[in-house]
Design a protein around this ligand. Structure first.
Ligand code: FES
Length: 165
């Protein structure tokens, strides 16, 4: 988005990716969600200019597509930070200190859940169970699972990520 709130035009690459996602799901009933997943997997978010392209292809209104993108927290309308951290917010992790870990993480990174740190380095997202309930609290840092994450361990992960960035 520009400062005036206008969506930036899609790059050729992004437009190709949207076209490929549409082609891969052409004629499939209920294709909107798989298409949005495919676009976000490839681009990291759903660019605003992809919305009319998707709406036209599926014979939906822009408002309908936009509504789905904004309804599901999983979908991002803006690019994520360079690293995405998903903190487990489900019950077993809650019982083992996930709230304290979340409070620490938001303070340490300077951003809330569903937001990106001011330096653009980290996006913090909730996730609901990573299958590590016996070793909670857990988080997914990019593609890496981490169990029994204390605030101190979280700080070490941040330090390691900065040294390898
Ligand atoms: S509840 Fe957090 S990993 Fe299962």
């Amino acid at each position: 988005m520009t400062a005036s709130g206008t969506a930036l035009p899609l790059t050729d690459n992004a437009s190709d990716i949207v076209r490929e996602a549409l082609a891969a799901h052409a004629g499939v009933p209920g294709a909107l969600l798989p298409i949005l997943h495919a676009v976000q997997d490839a681009l990291g978010h759903i660019p605003g200019d992809a919305v009319p392209q998707i709406a036209n292809a599926l014979n939906l209104s822009r408002a309908e597509v936009h509504g789905v993108v904004t309804y599901y927290h999983h979908f991002r309308a803006t690019p994520p930070g360079r690293q995405v951290i998903q903190l487990c917010r489900a019950e077993a992790c809650q019982a083992q200190g996930a709230d304290a870990l979340l409070a620490h993480a938001t303070k340490r990174l300077g951003c809330a859940l569903h937001a990106t740190s001011p330096d653009g380095a980290y996006t913090l997202e909730p996730v609901y169970c990573l299958g590590l309930c016996a070793s909670s609290p857990a988080l997914l840092w990019g593609d890496e699972l981490h169990a029994r994450v204390t605030p101190e361990r979280f700080d070490r992960l941040v330090a390691e990520s900065r040294s390898t960035a």
